[in-house]
Design a protein around this ligand. Structure first.
Ligand SMILES: Cc1cc2nc3c(=O)[nH]c(=O)nc-3n(C[C@H](O)[C@H](O)[C@H](O)COP(=O)(O)OP(=O)(O)OC[C@H]3O[C@@H](n4cnc5c(N)ncnc54)[C@H](O)[C@@H]3O)c2cc1C
Length: 434
């Protein structure tokens, strides 16, 4: 493998492949190295992608046969106690028509493979089943290529793009990104449950092409900072639950036990009843937020996607930040190669473009949110309980006056959380996203 390329990209996820497409379009000799047997074979996500960001790379992605599972027309949010739940949702026909594919579900194994195929058609070389184990550097410390686990596995490159995902020992080892702390990562387990498409359509009230996403907060993570999702695919439902890694370590809870218990919840069980589990995966999520984003460019290298800790937990946006950062990294590389200058200063046009884009502006806006969730366990135990108590009281018709019910609810709030504490939580929550 002793070869030389303009650009070597580590990782064939959304970030790496987006960059490869843009670079190949510009006629730049690009190699993407992927450790999986094929792109997507090692990847998981809840499963939504964003049409806007994909269209920035491949405007004709639908015509190219992008493996879309379902076009999302309704987003639901649930707040669950152990045996009940509040639900709000928003369905809009605009998402079935003019804004079709604003958000859609995909299976990552299929999607990533298809996406990599498009980069290949444009001229990028995709090398699978190969692990990058180190970076090559010259005497000044400038990155000059990668070392792979293949025999004679060095590949020289003018620029290396690290797009190797959240668990990037490479970035950490080389000092480009501080070692990840457990509190900056969530561990999620996901099960895909097969069901006939008509059953999914009937249960979620959608047509054959359309689908629903459900984001779930509350008592489903045993008091830990975490979330769950339920997404509809063509012939399956993705159900995932995840929580902060440091809190998993502390509570000694087992993620798969959490998922099993969650599947029995009365809001969840009817949706998946009779389904057959066909896939089970576990993966980390980059949850540290803005303060954990590393330096994005250095001498001869850049970092994009999850590897750069780009994940907006509030809006469950990761794949779009990966694609947008991959695109901006590629554009910075093209400009740097034109100038024949791949120094940190030259490649820093990437950091500048990122700062001016929605990617870092959104990450900055929500910079307090990960800390708010991590430090507010009441969101995941006492508050869902109080919400359940209040809804139950108000919806039970038993001759008790509403004024008295209001008093009972206030008493429960005082007992479980305290009024001042509740006000503080609301204030801190608002400040973390304002
Ligand atoms: C359970 C779960 C649910 C999620 N739900 C959503 C969602 O609904 N919507 C959303 O937008 N985001 C979601 N995300 C986040 C989203 O999956 C990521 O933000 C996105 O995949 C990041 O893309 P990436 O290209 O940066 O990294 P990845 O997709 O992780 O790709 C990195 C690639 O690099 C390869 N690689 C790693 N190390 C090496 C190496 N040393 N050598 C060679 N190859 C290597 C990997 O095999 C992988 O293919 C979810 C994540 C999880 C875990």
């Amino acid at each position: 493998m002793n070869e030389s390329y303009d650009v070597v990209i580590v990782g064939a996820g959304p970030a790496g492949i987006s960059a490869a497409c843009i670079l190949a379009d510009a006629g730049i000799k690009t190699m993407v190295i992927e450790r999986g047997e094929y792109a997507g074979s090692k990847n998981t996500s809840g499963g939504v992608l964003y049409g806007y960001n994909l269209a920035q790379i491949l405007p004709d992605f639908v015509a190219r046969g992008c493996p879309i599972e379902r076009n999302i027309v309704e987003s639901r949010i649930w707040y669950l106690s152990k045996e009940a739940g509040l639900s709000i949702g928003y369905r809009d026909s605009i998402f079935a028509n003019e804004r079709k594919n604003n958000v859609f579900t995909v299976g990552r194994a299929k999607f990533d493979r298809w996406f990599a195929e498009q980069a290949k058609k444009k001229g990028a070389l995709i090398v699978a089943s190969t692990v990058v184990v180190d970076l090559l550097k010259d005497a000044s410390g400038k990155v000059t290529g990668v070392v792979t686990n293949r025999q004679d596995g060095e590949v020289q490159a003018k620029v290396v793009l690290l797009a190797d995902g959240v668990n990037s020992p490479l970035a950490a080892k080389t000092g480009f990104r501080p070692e990840l702390k457990p509190e900056h990562v969530a561990l999620a387990v996901k099960e895909t449950i097969e069901l006939p498409s008509e059953v999914i359509e009937q249960r979620f009230g959608v047509s054959a092409a359309d689908g629903v996403t459900t984001e779930v907060l509350g008592e489903v993570t045993g008091g830990m900072d975490g979330v769950s999702i339920i997404y509809t695919n063509k012939n399956s439902i993705s159900i995932s639950v995840g929580a902060n890694l440091a809190q998993f370590a502390k509570t000694k809870m087992k993620p798969y036990e959490m998922l099993e218990a969650y599947k029995l919840h009365p809001m969840v069980a009817p949706l998946i009843a009779g389904g057959k589990p066909i896939e089970y995966t576990a993966h980390w999520l980059a949850e540290g937020g803005f303060y954990t984003i590393p330096q994005l460019a250095g001498n001869g290298y850049l970092i994009a996607g999850d590897s750069a800790m780009l994940f907006n937990a509030l809006h469950r946006e990761g794949s779009n930040l990966a694609m947008a950062s991959g695109k901006m990294a590629a554009e910075a590389i093209i400009a740097a190669l034109k100038k024949n200058d791949v120094s940190k200063q030259s490649l820093s046009s990437y950091s500048k473009a990122m700062s001016e884009s929605f990617v870092l502006k959104d990450m900055n806006k929500y910079r307090g949110f990960p800390g708010f969730l991590y430090n507010t366990h009441q969101l995941f135990d006492e508050l869902p309980h109080v919400a359940q108590f209040a809804a139950r009281e108000m919806l039970t018709v038993d001759g008790v006056t509403k004024k008295h019910k209001q008093k009972l609810i206030m008493d429960e709030v005082k007992k479980k959380i305290g009024l001042l504490n509740l006000a503080k939580i609301a204030w801190r929550g608002w400040r973390s996203v304002k």
